[in-house]
Write a protein that binds this ligand. Structure first.
Ligand SMILES: *Cc1c(COP(=O)(O)O)cnc(C)c1O
Length: 455
């Protein structure tokens, strides 16, 4: 019976990942070694990642087989449902059709286990004995904890301090899956101790937490590697199961989207849904692809395209991306997953090549959209996801104004059942909008003037 169910599910599930590097009109520019300024080679990355994942990072192969062992784990919650949002359509009184891909049904409650399961598998077969990582709102930390529990892999998570304090349940979820979780900056690393000495009250940032997790991986006595939940090419590729699955499901509906929408932090859930559609667009299909971010962390809409470090300690290779500067510490926004200073190089290149449209939304508007969705479709979404819902609603209202049909698709990247404090703040009128002052952007970018510029 079990295998029959698995067989039926696989009708909808892809058994390969899609690598958009094979189809880019302009290739992503190489990562640079911070010391020499030369393009990095796979060996430069071995202190942090196992070679099998590094090979994926550099691969230009169009499709890569998903290993059996990974498919078996994905089957726990995949395929995820593609749902037509009839309730929301009716509420908006729009001629548009709205579909959402529900990634909230994974055990960790978001899209992130799609890459977590793959990454832990590749570390396991490479003989890695322990993994470290950072987490912002705790979504990635809990996804990786879940995946590590499936493969019996020890994990230490450095969690941005403000979220560690605001979101105790995420930490407990990680502990439930057997992982260790500490607030970052922590006294456990040299970099953490240095930051704490200079600024004991810092809320922390993803960049600081990345530095700590990377330092731990490089200096640990047991064979430890580091794992990143977004930004890198191999992460974007693992997430394409979302879009590939959606394409099969859309076909079952006999439909194809005019607009594809995702919220953007590092870019992975957006890439996962949109890359297979961007492939169609590159080959002539008419489809709009919209990424949305918070006005408080406007990487796509206000930051320049530069070489920058992935972490605050400036230790990673230089990455070509839209960036607010690696020293940027965002306001303590509730959409914690959208607070990273940079953006996936693949998504950056596609914005540069105008295959993606970028928008920024204010916090209040996204919560308003989230409540409309919850009251008409039932799901209380993650604050990150609410950004995508806000765009979907605006697109549906535009279709109503123009009096024309339109098919809208967005990614429901996660549920908000562990983020209710943000809803509490919104509903009790304590939440405010915050737009990043230009001086803050300029100040953080000054530090980058000494580095090479991408083309
Ligand atoms: C982490 C997270 C995001 C943002 O990360 P991306 O890599 O940009 O996808 C968005 N939504 C949810 C629910 C998340 O957990």
């Amino acid at each position: 019976m079990r295998s029959k169910i698995a067989f039926l599910k696989q009708e909808e599930m892809p058994n390969q990942w899609y690598n958009i590097q094979a189809d880019l009109p302009n290739p992503v520019q190489p990562y640079l070694h911070p010391g020499t300024g030369k393009p990095t080679v796979p060996d430069d990355w071995t202190p942090l990642f196992p070679m099998n994942l590094i090979e994926q990072e550099f691969s230009t192969e169009r499709f890569l087989d998903i290993p059996e062992e990974v498919l078996e784990k994905l089957l726990i919650w995949r395929p995820t449902p593609l749902i037509r949002a009839y309730g929301l359509e009716k509420y908006l009184n729009t001629p548009a059709k709205i579909y959402y891909k529900n990634e909230a049904v994974s055990p960790a409650g978001s899209h992130k286990p799609n890459t977590a399961v793959a990454q832990v598998y590749y570390n396991k077969v490479a003989g890695v004995e322990r993994i470290t990582t950072e987490t912002g709102a705790g979504q990635w930390g809990s996804a990786l904890s879940f995946a590590c529990s499936l493969f019996d892999m020890p994990l230490k998570v450095y969690m941005v301090k403000v979220s560690f304090e605001q979101k105790p349940y995420r930490k407990l979820l990680m502990n439930s899956w057997g992982a260790e979780c500490v607030a970052s900056p922590s006294p456990d690393t040299n970099f953490g101790r240095q930051v704490l000495a200079e600024n004991p009250d810092t809320p922390g940032s993803l960049g600081i937490a990345i530095s700590e997790a990377a330092e731990d991986a490089v200096t640990s006595k047991v064979k430890t590697k580091y794992s990143l939940g977004s930004v890198l090419n191999h992460v974007m590729m693992h997430q394409t199961v979302i879009g590939l699955e959606t394409q099969k499901q859309m076909k079952m509906f006999g439909d194809y989207p005019d607009v594809v929408i995702g919220c953007v932090g590092g870019g992975s859930n957006f890439a996962g849904l949109s890359f297979p559609f961007i492939r169609d667009k590159i080959y002539g299909k008419e489809v709009s692809i919209i990424g949305v971010e918070p006005t408080a962390c406007p990487t796509m809409t206000r930051a320049p395209f530069l070489y920058d470090f992935g972490d605050s300690a400036a230790t990673t290779p230089l990455v070509p991306m839209y960036t607010l500067g690696h020293t940027f510490i965002p306001a303590p926004l509730h959409a914690g997953g959208l607070r990273y200073h940079g953006l996936a190089p693949l998504v950056s290149q596609l914005i540069k090549d105008e295959l993606i449209e970028a928008r920024a939304y204010d916090q209040l508007k996204t919560y308003e959209a989230g409540l409309i969705f919850a009251r008409n479709e039932g799901i209380v979404c993650a604050p990150e996801t609410n950004h995508a819902i806000a765009v979907a609603i605006d697109e549906a209202l535009k279709a109503k104004e123009e009096g024309r049909e339109k098919t809208i698709l967005f990614n429901l990247s996660g549920h908000g059942l562990l983020d209710l404090s943000g809803y509490d703040a919104y509903m009790s009128g304590k939440l405010t909008d915050y737009s990043l002052p230009q001086e803050d952007i300029d100040k953080n970018l000054e530090a980058l003037s000494a580095y090479p510029k991408p083309k």
